[in-house]
Ligand binder design. Sequence first.
Ligand code: URA
Length: 235
Amino acid sequence: MQLERILQKHGFGTRKECRGLIRRERVAINGEICDDPFAEIDIEGLVFTVDGVDWPYLEFATLMLHKPVHYECSRKPKHHPGVLELLPVQLRERDVQPIGRLDEDTTGLLLITNDGQLNHQLSSAKRKVPKVYLATTKHPVDQAQIDQLLAGVLLADEYEPIAAAAAEIAGENLLRLTLTEGKYHQVKRMVAAVSNRVEALHRESVGELSLPVDLQPGEWRWLTAVDQQKLGYLP
Ligand code: URA
């Protein structure tokens, strides 16, 4: 594929802008500057470099973000900056979107992609992808609350009780809850239904994929093929 086209596909601007970057010797392939916008490059396993930053050639941009507090997941954030502002402009140019949403005050694992099929599969209620949350609660968590959460609680606007797939006491004021749905404020509403209250909420994992311990709030990382397998994603 022509180098100019590769850059354009990866969010580096119009063809003309990409050509400019290449001609100004800001792009390297395998460590060597390439100033020919029309050079034919093998995309298999390609990593190209722009201004010293490495970019893997990826048909779709899929990544994980450690969402910090005070960022919104909605397309049009109202009261806080949007999570996409934590990403390089090239990714925003590729029209990536969060898979599902975390509340403004929730932290933890957020998946972001422009792969419509992946987004659809992981968001689909039918697939029941488990998501594990750690909630800090106002009151101590007791076994009666755990039993209720596992048996199912009726939330306002719902017709049937919703049960946690798993629930455990993780500390005096800590509750670990696994949910397979993604309803609005679901953890907070379920915890409120058992007469407790969520004071802080963190998502630890989605499917078999956990938030890496070395990924700091606000940091992101590409999702590898192994990570995608852990999500049970079958393209
Ligand atoms: N449940 C909530 O209440 N909030 C979240 O952000 C995610 C799940």
